[in-house]
Design a protein around this ligand. Structure first.
Ligand SMILES: Cc1cc2nc3c(=O)[nH]c(=O)nc-3n(C[C@H](O)[C@H](O)[C@H](O)COP(=O)(O)O)c2cc1C
Length: 307
């Protein structure tokens, strides 16, 4: 079977360096970072610098969020210097904070600014520039006005979460709304609720997209990207994967990693019987040794399956 084109989605609080290094064990597919605030990065804020840490990694696309062109250009160039293979501009985030300063999904309401941003970033770097957006602010056909403008601005990939901003994460994604989208010279990538072979096939068929981006389904299943890419399942060393992810979280975040790991551990546990009991103990654990012990006991048992 021909390999499918798949991408790991940008997800704040999830697609950080430890997570990407774990996903990388299974696939060479391009992985997006969490969004990096261009303004914070330009002001040297520690958290933004840490989010941009892609040292030692391959095939990483850095996602930027912002609406201030000089900051976006500055941060895009920094991403290029850091070794990114692409830069993405977030034009779909529905969260109040970015939207209130004209970034994220707000750019769907200001197509002229969106196009100027895309053009300035594309001119400033020699990397391919992508935009990740939604179907529209309110209506699913708004993307039809935005996409040709972004194509003329020089982007090379358009990733569309097939919901509107107003929908947030509710309701079914409308993959079909992307069919026949005009974006000459731009690869269209469909996103939203793709979590297995069947949904991948359907999303690609209905949207006519060249590839797909996978987000939440990778949470607790970092091997899924490979399965979808190749159409083949393979034996997964789950216990080793979970333990390595936990150790990497500690290494990257220090003591904070103990708490930041909890959401990942709870998701890994969904494949195993006894998840609730494991989660109760794991959420109470206050030392890394206790968590290690729980991981060892829980993930090496044979009782796979959901309750
Ligand atoms: C926890 C979380 C964080 C997210 N952070 C980002 C982000 O930083 N940038 C972005 O463009 N989208 C972000 N998204 C949206 C995802 O990239 C994706 O578009 C969305 O989850 C739909 O795809 P999925 O159904 O495959 O998860 C986030 C989603 C979640 C659940």
């Amino acid at each position: 079977m021909k390999k499918r084109i798949v991408f790991g989605a940008p997800m704040v609080g999830i697609s950080d360096k430890p997570f990407r290094l774990i996903v990388r064990h299974f696939t060479k597919a391009p992985l997006y970072t969490e969004m990096v605030s261009a303004r914070f990065y330009r002001h040297g804020m520690k958290s933004a610098l840490k989010t941009m840490d892609i040292k030692g990694e391959k095939n990483i696309i850095v996602q930027l969020v912002g609406s201030d062109i000089p900051s976006l250009v500055y941060t895009a160039q920094a991403a290029e210097n850091a070794g990114a293979v692409g830069v993405d501009i977030n034009m779909g985030c529905p969260i109040r904070k970015p939207v209130s300063d004209g970034s994220g999904a707000a750019l769907m309401k200001d197509i002229d600014l969106a196009a100027r941003i895309a053009e300035a970033v594309a001119e400033a770097v020699s990397l391919p520039v992508s935009v990740k957006t939604r179907l529209g602010w309110k209506l699913p056909d708004e993307i039809r006005l935005l996409s040709p403008r972004l194509a003329s601005a020089g982007i090379s990939r358009l990733v569309v979460h097939a919901r509107t901003k107003m929908q947030g994460f509710t309701g079914l994604p409308n993959w079909r709304a992307l069919n026949g989208l005009s974006c000459p010279g731009v690869d269209l990538i469909v996103n939203g609720n793709i979590d297995d072979e069947a949904s991948l096939n359907e999303a690609l068929l209905l949207s006519g997209a060249k590839g797909a981006m996978i987000g939440r389904a990778l949470w607790g299943e970092p091997w899924l990207l490979k399965t979808l890419e190749t159409g083949q399942k393979s034996e997964i060393p789950v216990a080793e994967t979970v333990m390595e992810h936990f150790e990497r979280m500690l290494l990257f975040y220090g003591k904070k990693g103990l708490y930041a790991s909890r959401k990942h551990l709870a998701h890994y546990a969904k494949h195993f019987i006894g998840r609730q009991n494991f989660c109760e103990q794991m959420f109470r654990a206050e030392t890394s040794d206790r968590v290690r012990q729980l991981i060892k006991e829980f993930f090496t048992r044979p009782e796979r399956g959901s309750e």
